[in-house]
Write a new protein. Structure first.
Length: 339
């Protein structure tokens, strides 16, 4: 292929990637080393009580943001190095907790609390999504053709639902006098509050993520099952291989590239978990790294946003994703070189 033809095909994609991916990442990376603060001014403000004869006036010096000609708050930006990262990680408090042997105090720090939940959420749901998706794919593949279409349609419904709507639906089933909570209270003959503790909320989040994402893995694996070499399966059956042995030594090795692909997509998506935090309103008990970045961007009482800390949190989140993907990317690279 000529270079001009290659450039014509690849050029638009490269340009859009630079514009919508590389440029924002560079901007966030630079902002993580900057501190943006409003410019404040001290002014004298005279406050008078109502009345004419006995009117009393008091002069106070107050601090307020300085506005520009358009009425917007003026800000200053300065380079502060790793100050934003230090404020997010709070390594000083971590060191004090380790020295005192109070490991639980580390999880009271927002970043480490969010990191603990994000890693737990990602690593627990990964094998469940792959296992359930493969199980559904095998069941559909072995089902009668007359009902296969209906099973596929029902299996894909959780994946079609908008994530936040799905999370809210699960929440409404269990919160307060929801249908599932009422049923559990009748069965166990005791009052149950599913949203009063953090671990019960985490269980519901794990259940929702597996329920929502497993259909995606099912579609990928079901497509892969259609390409399994039937001669190899028949040879295994003739040799006396059991159903489990055929799955282990024939089907799973054939689907391994797809398993790695599903794992890559799931790790990148789950590590950025956000919809569940919003849908289940779990901020009081459970937060994630993505939600922490969002929280930094929310204006405080004075209308200021912690852009530097939000950028640092976003960069740390991206670093975590890269670390999780390295083993899978190395395996993919070895398989590519071997091929």
């Amino acid at each position: 292929m000529k270079f001009r033809t290659f450039a014509a095909f690849v050029g638009p994609s490269v340009f859009l990637m630079l514009l919508f991916i590389a440029a924002p990442l560079t901007s966030v990376f630079l902002q993580s080393f900057q501190l943006t603060q409003p410019v404040l001014e001290r002014v004298e403000v005279e406050t008078c009580t109502p009345g004419f004869v006995t009117q009393t006036c008091v002069t106070e010096i107050k601090t307020r943001p300085l506005l520009d000609e358009a009425g917007n708050i003026r800000t200053t930006t300065e380079w502060v190095g790793g100050l934003s990262y230090a404020r997010v990680l709070q390594l000083g408090k971590v060191g004090e907790a380790i020295a005192a042997g109070a490991w639980g105090d580390i999880l009271s720090i927002d970043f480490w609390k969010a990191l603990r939940f994000t890693l737990t959420f990602t690593l627990i749901t990964l094998p469940l999504v792959i296992g359930l998706g493969l199980a559904i794919a095998l069941a559909v593949n072995n089902a009668a053709k007359a009902i296969r279409g209906q099973i596929i349609f029902v299996s894909l419904l959780p994946f079609i639902i908008t994530p936040v709507i799905g999370a809210l639906s699960i929440r409404w089933l269990f919160i307060g006098d929801g249908i599932m909570t009422a049923g559990l209270e009748w069965w166990l003959a005791r009052d149950i509050s599913m949203f009063a503790q953090g671990w019960t909320i985490e269980l519901l989040m794990l259940f929702y993520r597996v329920w929502h994402v497993a259909p995606f893995a099912f579609v990928i694996f079901y497509a892969g099952l259609q390409t399994v070499n039937q001669d190899t399966l028949e040879s295994a059956i003739i040799d006396g291989a059991s159903r489990w042995e055929r799955l282990r030594y024939v089907i799973v090795p054939h689907l391994m590239p797809l398993i790695v692909f599903v794992a890559l997509i799931h790790l990148m998506d789950s590590y950025r978990v956000f919809e569940e935090i919003v849908g289940f309103s779990s901020q009081a008990h459970v937060i994630s790294l993505q939600w922490l970045t969002y929280d930094f961007l929310q204006p405080d009482d004075a209308g200021n946003r912690a852009i530097g800390r939000a950028s640092a949190s976003a960069m740390l989140t991206m670093v975590g994703i890269v670390i999780l993907l390295i083993p899978l990317l190395r395996r993919t690279w070895r398989d590519h070189r071997g091929a």
